[in-house]
Design a protein around this ligand. Structure first.
Ligand code: PAF
Length: 291
C-alpha cells in the first residue's frame, strides 16, 4: 500500500495504478468502522483501489464537530492495508483546498431536504469536496454506504448532471449486533445513550413491518414512527420522513422500495438512519450485521 499526502505525489502514484478495470475510490473522513471496511473490501475486489482520508471542513457547519471529529490516522492506515487498498491519499486541508480555491458545487433541491434543512451548507460541502476528489483521482467507481442515504442520492444526481463517467456504488449499512448503524460518531455516545441507540433502528424496522403488514397511509406510518422515536430514552428526534427512494420527494402513500429517513440527537450527538421498505424482509431479521 502506498501513502501520499500531496496532490503532486497522488498524480504520480496514480500513473502506476490504473489497470484494465480503472480505479475505484473510497472517499472517507477516517476513523474507520466495519462499514468503511466493507467499502474498501469491495473496491479492492473490483480493481485498483484508492482511499481518501480527509475530514472535510466544508461540510461542517458553525458550532458542529469539525475540531473534535474523531481521528486516528495510524489505526486507519493499518486497517486500509489489511483491506488490501493500493493507494491512500491523506492530505492536509490546504492540499485539497488551496487558498485560491473558489468553486462550489451544489445539487439544488435535494440538498435542501431532510438533513440539508437542518445542516445548511452541509451537502454543498460534500459535493464540492467530492467533485474535487473525483477531479484529482479520476475514478471509474466510487463507493458509499447506504447509512448516508441522502448523501448517496445527491452524489448520484451530481454525477449524472455533470456527466461524470463514475459508477456510484452504494453498499448496505453495516450494523452492530444491537442493530445500531455503525458510525464514527457513535464514540461520542455515553453508556446510557448506547443502550438506547438501537431503538432508533428498531423504530424504523417496526414501521417497515407495519407497512409490510398492509398500512400504506404515509401520514399514519409517520405518526407511528414519531411515537416510537419520541419514546426512545434521551433521544430528541429531528425529522422523520417517508420518501421516494430515487428523487427523495416526500410520499403520501407508501410502496415497497420507498425509504424511511430519520435523524435525531442523543445530547450533542446527531445520529441518522434509514430503512428501505421491504429490504430487511428480503435480507432476513435484523438486516445486515457486523461481519
Ligand atoms: O460520508 C463521508 O464520510 C463524507 O461525507 C465524504 C463522502 C467522505 C465526503 O467528505
Amino acid at each position: 500500500m502506498r501513502l501520499v499526502r500531496s496532490r503532486r505525489d497522488l498524480a504520480q502514484a496514480l500513473t502506476k495504478l490504473d489497470g484494465p478495470q480503472g480505479i475505484g475510490l473510497v472517499p472517507t473522513m477516517g476513523f474507520f468502522h466495519a462499514g468503511h471496511v466493507s467499502l474498501m473490501e469491495r473496491a479492492v475486489k473490483d480493481g485498483a483501489s484508492v482511499l481518501s482520508v480527509f475530514v472535510n471542513p466544508l461540510q461542517f457547519g458553525e458550532g458542529e464537530d469539525y475540531e473534535r471529529y474523531p481521528r486516528d490516522p495510524d489505526r486507519d492506515l493499518r486497517i486500509a492495508e489489511e483491506a488490501g487498498i493500493d493507494l491512500v491519499y491523506m492530505p492536509p486541508a490546504a492540499d485539497v483546498f488551496p487558498p485560491d480555491f473558489s468553486t462550489s458545487v451544489t445539487v439544488a433541491d435535494l440538498s435542501a431536504l431532510y438533513c440539508g434543512h437542518f445542516r445548511p451548507g452541509h451537502f454543498e460541502g460534500v459535493t464540492t469536496v467530492l467533485a474535487r476528489l473525483f477531479g484529482l483521482i479520476k475514478p471509474q467507481r466510487a463507493y458509499f454506504g447506504q447509512k448516508d442515504y441522502q448523501q448517496s442520492a445527491i452524489v448520484r444526481r451530481m454525477v449524472t448532471d455533470l456527466a461524470l463517467a463514475i459508477d456510484i456504488e452504494v453498499l448496505p449499512t453495516i450494523r452492530e449486533d444491537s442493530g445500531l448503524a455503525m458510525s464514527s460518531r457513535n464514540v461520542y455516545l455515553t453508556e446510557a445513550q448506547r443502550q438506547a441507540a438501537p431503538f432508533f433502528h428498531q423504530a424504523l424496522s417496526d414501521t417497515e413491518r407495519d407497512m409490510l403488514a398492509g398500512e400504506r397511509d404515509g401520514a399514519k406510518l409517520l405518526a407511528k414512527l414519531e411515537r416510537r422515536l419520541k419514546k426512545i430514552p434521551g433521544f430528541k428526534p429531528q425529522y422523520w420522513a417517508l420518501a421516494d427512494a430515487k428523487n427523495l420527494q416526500p410520499k403520501a402513500t407508501a410502496v415497497e422500495g420507498d425509504v424511511l429517513l430519520a435523524a435525531g440527537h442523543f445530547g450533542a450527538t446527531r445520529l441518522i438512519d434509514n430503512c428501505v421498505l421491504g429490504e430487511s424482509a428480503k435480507s432476513g431479521p435484523g438486516a445486515i450485521k457486523r461481519p
